[in-house]
Design a protein around this ligand. Sequence first.
Ligand SMILES: CCCCCCCCCCCCCC(=O)SCCNC(=O)CCNC(=O)[C@H](O)C(C)(C)COP(=O)(O)OP(=O)(O)OC[C@H]1O[C@@H](n2cnc3c(N)ncnc32)[C@H](O)[C@@H]1OP(=O)(O)O
Length: 447
Amino acid sequence: MAPPDEKTIENLLKKLAMGEELTEKQRKDMKDYKFWKTQPVSKFDEKIDKEGPIDSLKTPADIPDEPSAMLKDFEWVTIDLEKEDEMNQVHQLLHDHYVEDQDASFRFAYTANFFKWALQPPGWKKEYYVGVRVKATGKLVAFISGIPSLLRVRENKVPSVEINFLCIHKKLRSKRLAPVLIREITRRVNKNDVWQALFTSGAVLPTPVSTCRYTHRPLNWEKLYEVGFSSLPAGVSKSQMLAKYVLPSATKTPGLRKMVPEDADQVLDLYEKFQKRYDLVLEFTKEEIIHWLYWSDEQNSLEDQDKVIVTYVVEEDGKITDFFSFYILPFTTLTNSETDQLNVAYLFYYASKVGLGDSDDTKLAKRLNSLIGDALIVAKNMKMDVFNALTSQDNVLFLKDLKFGNGDAFLNFYLFNYKAFPINGGMDNETKELDLVNKSGVGVVML
Ligand SMILES: CCCCCCCCCCCCCC(=O)SCCNC(=O)CCNC(=O)[C@H](O)C(C)(C)COP(=O)(O)OP(=O)(O)OC[C@H]1O[C@@H](n2cnc3c(N)ncnc32)[C@H](O)[C@@H]1OP(=O)(O)O
């Protein structure tokens, strides 16, 4: 069986990453952003004198009680994710329409479990799962979601929502439905007296507060090569490539073990201290830390490939000194008649006491190299094929040494109704290479 065209897969991966190559062409003139120019977001090249809300004059009483009119033949719906059939409808919509390759042969292998984890953290609100249905058939054709979060932008705490999973059925594209969905979720959030939001997108909109680059670390190079994700550089043999990416079978950090819920207080304390290194951060409660890093006993007892979130801590004399985590979101490739699953791990949060206080980056770089090196080994032993990471957090300190290769995709971070000075994304905005000097101020990891 011939491997699929490599270009197709490269393009697919960009879409899977929800990132796009950042070119000047993608950036329209401000006047051509017919929707976004009406929204409280910073203009491109706007001189920012002070960080803070853009529009702060409203109260929930100023906000309409009802949604705006929906297109004829369609209706608004609030999705009840507690109901299995409604969860399945969201699952189906995203499965079929979130990634747009022509023949639909490559897809994120989202699971209901992944959505439960991603969309139902402590404090989730039913009204933040907004859908559009065809009146006659009840078919779900559009979705957008929000989860409440407490954001910190530099020294300011900002009650916010994280917006994600905006998706419109392919047949309803380019009909200006996205702005209608965005306005509706804004209305619902505003009704709860929340006025700011964080979101990411590959699309270039006014105006990214930061842009990070995707990087990929092959774990199972042979499989990536077989499905066409990785190519063989000229003059290099397969065995040389295999040797390049070989990993030890056992982790090396003494005291490394799986996180258990009882670790939550110490992990939260370490997370909070470590995230002080960054400017764009999510503040978590203990319940949220358990949700995001451990989630539930059930998911921890699933087969490795069915797990959603994996967290390891390092314990020394009863004290947790470090932790790392990654989430798992596989995708399926339908090549001719065969179905392949690529198991993809995404670096999530980590922290080390080495990074606290006035420790210099040399020590931290060394520690993160062995810690995230162990994360690669854990992931490989769980049969992950590739490990993805952005240039956010302190990742530039270890990406090169651990053989992550630069991807072609970029991810833009946006704040809604909040002006902020730019935040480093761990890459040089001109050359797009890793920025080891300024590193990244982005602590938050968006799914
Ligand atoms: C206080 C609370 C606030 C809460 C809200 C905060 C804001 C949240 C914002 C949402 C965060 C989402 C985070 C994620 O989930 S990012 C993931 C987005 N989803 C996908 O990429 C899945 C596949 N694509 C689709 O389903 C559609 O192509 C989407 C739905 C993306 C656009 O549908 P369609 O292609 O049929 O377009 P249209 O004719 O309806 O509308 C065209 C207008 O929409 C603007 N557009 C296009 N893509 C995006 C995008 N990703 N974010 C924001 N705006 C976007 C575009 O510039 C244009 O406006 P303007 O250029 O004329 O101005």
